[in-house]
Design a protein around this ligand. Structure first.
Ligand code: AHR
Length: 520
């Protein structure tokens, strides 16, 4: 018995040596990449880097809002550490208050003195909402982050009158009852709403509607979204999910003229089975691979929904907004099922990079994307535990990729071998490029292969490159993660794996990594 720990240590050491040896002896694969700076395309809307905050689990309460009397340092109740970290991401737009919660939210509950606000059950996710975080707190958060406001209205249990009143309360500068109520509640000037959605998942938690019925409901509600005080509100219709193409077809045919945008939701589950989704942290290569196969489906869904939209809207006036996306795993054992708290590993960083590259490729139609969700819920940017906070691998990808916000998309032609496991194959590499207003090129690369580095022969067309700099995000294990005890196991490092020879570039990208480069 006494000798067992020694034995375990010995076996562990042997396994580690074997893994390390494998990593050293596996040959890199070769790839070629053309960066067509001579063929600039569309603007990458900065809103592709949008966030989503629902009243769910510990996102709002505990994650963002701790109240003014909390020992956790805060600004008017909003925690300083979380807001400070999120500011680094240049969050362009924030969607609130749901999600499914949006269709049970009554805005009057969340205004006025906090101690007088009603406590209501959160019917979608469990627990009781104190309503301490409401309209004023949301706009203060947007102000602190420098983000545009995207409000998701209540259709499922609301009314056009309730929606109209809320919009008047938020945006009117008239001498009217609701604008004056806002003033009495402490905010003199009207706020600006950039986006307003008519319900959420109205095919499901938002009312279980048929598309024909919702198309009429949308037209009715959209009529009463009125612009006031110079505000111009973009109206979003609640859109489809996954490959539910009929929804997009009917909505575009019957309500396309009345909307500015249509949404799309798609979550990445390692197994594709909602009753057994897979663990956030305990997985093998098979599940790494199946997760990436499933996340890559985003490309196909966007193409097919866009093709339907093209038939009704060839000018691409109507945006496709992927306003919920990300990984969704089984809850950790012992955690509240409804809270949707999950850890975030290097695999999530790869998922984030792949999806952001897909959105940029389709940015002529995709004008917004909101990862689900910002704090403590699903594929979040940060995790908190009382006064502690940790940045996730996904956070680092959003920070590295922020250089693409508002830049011009530069096409890339990539040729790389498949990353195969069993019968299933997927591209080993994903890439995206852009040119910013100052003329700098940025290239993001994701190596999906967990074992093999990529040796990429890259050619830049239409730009002379003299200097390169950048960062790489990787770690020794597929499920490497940051915890409150070890917050820096997955963090970006300077990238040195390049050789530059005229317009020829040789890049060596580590296995399972995300790289973002600046080429000048
Ligand atoms: O993001 C969690 C939930 O997923 C949202 O509330 C809902 O819209 C979707 O089904």
């Amino acid at each position: 018995m006494v000798k067992r720990p020694k034995l375990i240590a010995c076996v562990t050491a042997l396994v580690l040596v074997a893994v390390a040896t494998k990593a050293q002896t596996v040959e890199p694969y070769k790839a070629t990449l053309s960066i067509r700076a001579d063929q600039p395309r569309w603007t990458i809307n900065r809103n592709l880097y949008g966030q989503f905050a629902e009243h769910l689990g510990r996102l709002i309460y505990g994650g963002l809002w701790v109240g003014e009397n909390s020992p956790i340092p805060n600004t008017h109740g909003l925690r300083n550490d979380v807001v400070g970290a999120l500011k680094e991401l240049h969050v362009p737009v924030l969607r609130w208050p749901g999600g499914c919660f949006a269709d049970e939210y009554h805005w009057r509950d969340g205004i006025g003195p906090r101690d007088k606000r009603p406590r209501r059950p959160n019917a979608s996710w469990g627990g009781v909402d104190t309503n301490a975080f409401g309209t004023h707190e949301f706009f203060e958060l947007c102000d602190l982050l420098g983000a545009d406001a995207y409000i998701n209205g209540n259709v499922g249990s609301g009314s056009p009158q309730e929606m109209m009143d809320w919009i008047e309360y938020m945006t009117s500068d008239a001498d009217s009852e609701l604008a004056n109520l806002r003033r009495r509640n402490g905010h003199d000037k009207p706020w600006k709403i950039a986006y307003f959605a008519v319900g959420n998942e109205t095919w499901g938690c938002g009312g279980n509607m048929r598309p024909e019925f919702y198309a009429d409901v949308f037209r009715q509600y959209a009529t009463f979204i009125k612009n006031q005080s110079g505000n111009h509100i973009q109206k979003l219709a609640s859109g489809s999910h996954d490959d539910y193409y009929k929804w997009t077809e009917v909505l575009m045919a019957q309500a396309g003229q009345s909307m500015d945008a249509l949404s799309l939701h798609y979550y990445t589950l390692p197994t594709g089975d909602w009753s057994k989704k897979g663990s956030a942290t305990q997985f093998d290569e098979k599940e790494w691979h199946s997760t990436l196969v499933r996340t890559m489906r985003m490309d196909d869904f966007i193409q097919k929904h866009s093709a339907i939209m093209d038939r009704y809207d060839p000018q691409k006036r109507v945006g496709l907004m992927v306003d919920e996306w990300g990984t969704w795993y089984d809850p950790e054992p012992g955690r509240d099922m409804g809270a949707l708290y999950q850890q975030n590993s290097l695999r999530d960083a790869i998922v984030a990079g792949v999806n952001l590259n897909i959105f940029q490729k389709h940015a002529d139609r995709v004008r917004m994307a909101n990862i689900a969700q910002m704090v403590n819920v699903l594929q979040s940017m940060v995790l908190t535990d009382k006064g502690k906070m940790v940045l996730t691998p996904t956070y680092h990808v959003f920070r590295m990729y922020r250089v693409h916000q508002g830049a011009t998309m530069i096409p890339v032609d990539l040729s790389a071998p498949e990353y195969k496991l069993g019968d299933a194959g997927l591209p080993s590499l994903s890439a995206s490029a852009s040119r910013d207003a100052a003329g700098r090129l940025h290239l993001s690369l994701v190596n999906l292969n967990p074992d093999r580095a990529a040796e990429i022969n890259a050619n830049v067309w239409g730009a002379a490159i003299k200097t390169i700099s950048g960062e790489v995000l990787t770690a020794p294990a597929m499920n490497a993660m940051n915890t409150f005890d070890r917050p820096n196991d997955v963090k970006p490092a300077p990238f040195n794996g390049y050789k530059l020879d005229g317009s020829q570039l040789l890049l060596t990208i580590p296995a399972k990594s995300v790289v973002v480069l600046e080429l000048k």
